[in-house]
Design a binder for this molecule. Structure first.
Ligand SMILES: Nc1ncnc2c1ncn2[C@@H]1O[C@H](COP(=O)(O)OP(=O)(O)OP(=O)(O)O)[C@@H](O)[C@H]1O
Length: 463
């Protein structure tokens, strides 16, 4: 591929990746897409995509190729074909693609002159750290302040501050980012640091059990100074993994080694987690990350905008921050996509273009109706549908009613008058007031924001 074309194709591929990130479940994207790299585009227009393992090559080929091709076609503007191949050690990613989309080559083992393991060699154990996920690129706001402070304390004083540190929060809110940031710092101190997803931890253990080599497994993980395990909720229900992890945990903890865990929910909410593990997890500091408020979302987008190839007007940032509320990965993906549309469509990056692109991205299910909103809201707040439609001004009922107004206006096409009628014959200005009140309140109140997002997710899952 000629160099000038190379850059253009790489940008197209990156834009497609941004798109795919929005379409796929985070775990699918992380597992199969993160390590891919555009290697070449042949004269007949075939995109050659490298993947780090043969398993990934097969999975991409057999399962994901149609979706990837379809997405890429939207950016290229014509049909494309794809082939997947195993990345070679010599395949280094082009610089502009490393930043956004995890195209790090698999790290290679290195041996110190004295024959001992170097800190980098530990990367072979576990998964590589994403260079971009550092403390300096992490934007701090009310929603993540505690988790950030705790992570920083652990990075500065491993095994002295909080051990274990357990960080939980919804999808795409920065848990992995903080784990990697800790890892970068502790590696700088020369500490043997292993970052691993609990899925991979489990798979390795199963492989070792199969080859009757559990001793090697134990040695591997019991010899580290800092163990960072992502998405620990996945060990729920996996007895032998829990058993092994329990022992690994105890050994490391007793030896004063740092353990950091992330999860999508707090320890007590991980069903099928053995009690003894739960109490270990709760033995240090448990802290959560909430969805970011508007101010933090704007700050994150501003930082991201600085790395974009074109200037992003502040009204565009405002608009994206207002619309994409729940998930930072989606927030960043939306910006990448808007920029890609402007750039490749040779159009100015305006509020109108952003509106159009966001409409596609935020494609909400169209079959959510008023009844569903009212029922789900009532259920969530533990009140009855009659309460919502009735006259009571009790605080919790009034709040639930206003949340129903807000969601009805945001998620259905119903007119204000129709929403008012469905909620016990209230007039349209009451609905408008309710909507505005909640729209404002969720920007300031983490707990309420989370509740509204939960109801919305339930509505989306039902539709
Ligand atoms: N406070 C922040 N400042 C800057 N970027 C952030 C922040 N929080 C998250 N991000 C970015 O958002 C994206 C998603 O974050 P991350 O992968 O850490 O989420 P997660 O909570 O681990 O999600 P999952 O549950 O899917 O594993 C990353 O690109 C990350 O860099």
């Amino acid at each position: 591929m000629k160099t000038n074309h190379h850059q253009e194709y790489t940008r197209l591929w990156n834009a497609a990746l941004g798109d795919l990130q929005l379409q796929m479940a985070p775990s699918t994207f992380d597992t199969w897409m993160k390590g891919t790299q555009l290697l070449d585009v042949s004269d007949d227009g075939t995109f050659v995509i490298g993947a780090p393992t043969i398993y990934a090559v097969e999975w991409l080929q057999n399962r994901l190729a149609p979706l990837i091709a379809q997405t890429l076609e939207r950016h290229v503007g014509k049909p494309v074909s794809l082939t997947f191949t195993l990345l070679k050690q010599s395949d280094t990613p082009p610089p502009e693609s490393t930043e956004d989309f995890f195209t790090m080559p698999a790290p290679q083992p290195s041996v110190h002159p004295n024959g001992s393991k170097s800190p980098e060699q530990e990367e072979v154990l576990g998964d590589p750290l994403q260079p971009r996920y550092t403390f300096s690129t992490f934007i701090v706001g009310a929603s993540n302040r505690l988790a950030h402070a705790a992570a920083l304390a652990v990075a500065e004083r491993p095994a002295q501050a909080y051990n274990p540190l357990f960080i939980y929060g919804g999808v795409g809110l920065g848990k992995t980012h903080l784990l990697h940031a800790i890892g970068h710092e502790t590696r700088k101190k020369g500490l043997r640091t292993v970052y691993i997803t609990s899925e991979r931890f489990t798979n390795e253990l199963i492989a070792d059990i199969r080859t009757q080599n559990t001793e090697a497994f134990r040695q591997r993980y019991r010899n580290v100074d800092v163990l960072l395990i992502d998405d620990i909720q996945f060990i729920a229900g996996k007895e032998s993994t829990q058993e092994e992890f329990f022992h690994t945990f105890n050994t490391l903890h007793a030896a004063n080694k740092q353990i950091v865990l992330s999860s999508d929910r707090p320890p007590r909410a991980i069903v099928l987690l053995e009690e003894r593990l739960r109490s270990r997890f709760e033995g240090g500091l448990v802290c959560d990350i909430a969805p970011p408020d508007l101010e933090t979302r704007i700050a994150i987008l501003q930082a991201k905008a600085e790395t974009q190839p074109i200037r992003v007007p502040s009204q565009v940032i405002q608009l994206i921050a207002q619309r994409v509320q729940s998930n930072i990965r989606e927030l960043e993906g939306a910006l990448t996509r808007v920029v890609a549309y402007a750039q490749f469509g040779h159009q100015p990056l305006t509020v109108e273009l952003t509106e159009r692109v966001l409409r596609d991205i935020l494609d909400r299910p169209t079959n959510i109706d008023l009844d569903m909103v009212i029922q789900e809201t009532a259920r969530h707040f533990g009140v009855s549908v009659e309460d919502l439609k009735g006259k009571s001004r009790r605080k919790e009922i009034a709040l639930a009613r206003q949340v129903a107004m807000y969601l009805a206006r945001e998620e259905t096409d119903a007119a204000l008058a129709a929403i008012g009628a469905a909620l016990g014959g209230r007039d349209h200005s009451t609905v408008l007031y309710g909507h505005e009140k909640i729209a404002k309140a969720i920007e300031a109140d983490d707990q309420l924001r989370r509740e509204v997002l939960t109801i919305r997710e339930r509505l989306y899952n039902k539709s």
